[in-house]
Ligand binder design. Sequence first.
Ligand SMILES: NC(=O)c1ccc[n+]([C@@H]2O[C@H](COP(=O)([O-])OP(=O)(O)OC[C@H]3O[C@@H](n4cnc5c(N)ncnc54)[C@H](OP(=O)(O)O)[C@@H]3O)[C@@H](O)[C@H]2O)c1
Length: 308
Amino acid sequence: MSSKASHDIGWIGLGRMGEAMAARLVKAGHGLSVWNRTASKADPLAQIGAEVVTDKAAMAHCATVFTMVSTTDDLKDILFGAGGVLSGNARPKRVVDMSSISDTGSAEIRKGLTDVGVAYLSAPVSGNAKVAKAGKLLVVASGPKAEYDAVQPLLAALGRAAMYVGEGELSRVWKIAHNTMFGVIIQSLCEITLMAEKAGIARHVFLESINQSVLGSMYTRYKTPALVNLDFTTTFTPKLLLKDMELGIGAAKQFGVVMPTASVTRDSIASLAHQYPGDIDFSVLLLELARSAGMKLEAENVKVGDGL
Ligand SMILES: NC(=O)c1ccc[n+]([C@@H]2O[C@H](COP(=O)([O-])OP(=O)(O)OC[C@H]3O[C@@H](n4cnc5c(N)ncnc54)[C@H](OP(=O)(O)O)[C@@H]3O)[C@@H](O)[C@H]2O)c1
């Protein structure tokens, strides 16, 4: 534990995603100073050689500060709040935020940072913590191109690819679009799986056939074990998915695009988030939809691959 941050690279936010991502940088040989609100979550990083910092304001001494937290308000709090990264005299060169937040919130954060001479890159990701651990995360960034070029090797070390999509908050729009489809696909996948099961096709057989078909994807493959064996160990909560579906609906209104499928899915995920407000995987949607179809599901206890 240290009250100083002595490395050039800092990482704030060691939840499910942040821990897996920060560990990739350490394992790639980068010196890393880390801070997390719940200090115990930094233990796995300390064990592999990261410097655990006790004071988040000290993270301002790092040239590059990565952030991976829950919402726009959390990020504002960490940067601009009492005792936050910008509360002292020190300033990092840049902040690279990898959380999934709104484009408008991100634009406010960009203004707050650039006003005090700190550059900002928005860099959300595709993939869950397991995908991150397997080195298969996709990073999509926007902001000043020179800033992207400066951190591109770090972003590339986080996963299988890093892409630049343009200026400002375009990567936020990308992520909102991505997660809207993410919600719509799980909704549809659960619906058709239940229909097939009620007709008599075992879940593992049906899902494996979808995975082998033109419709199969990394996503359908890595959700298959959860759906077959009713293992709802959290990768992403209903509450976080609801946040993203709301962002999708907001963006549809902002840009004047009609998204009926996303709207129906948003309502379904809202009901799921009320039913399951805590720490459980969003694929528990299967149980909720089964209930409304009058079905009682059993775990099939079949070993199926997750494609990772
Ligand atoms: N899970 C996924 O599959 C996935 C995939 C892609 C993107 N994302 C996005 O990545 C972000 C993180 O997701 P996650 O699954 O890693 O969530 P998580 O496990 O709930 O972690 C959230 C992190 O944010 C920190 N945090 C939240 N509010 C804070 C505050 N006010 N001050 C300080 N720290 C705060 C938490 O600190 P504590 O440990 O103290 O609570 C924790 O480190 C979200 O924006 C999510 O939408 C998630």
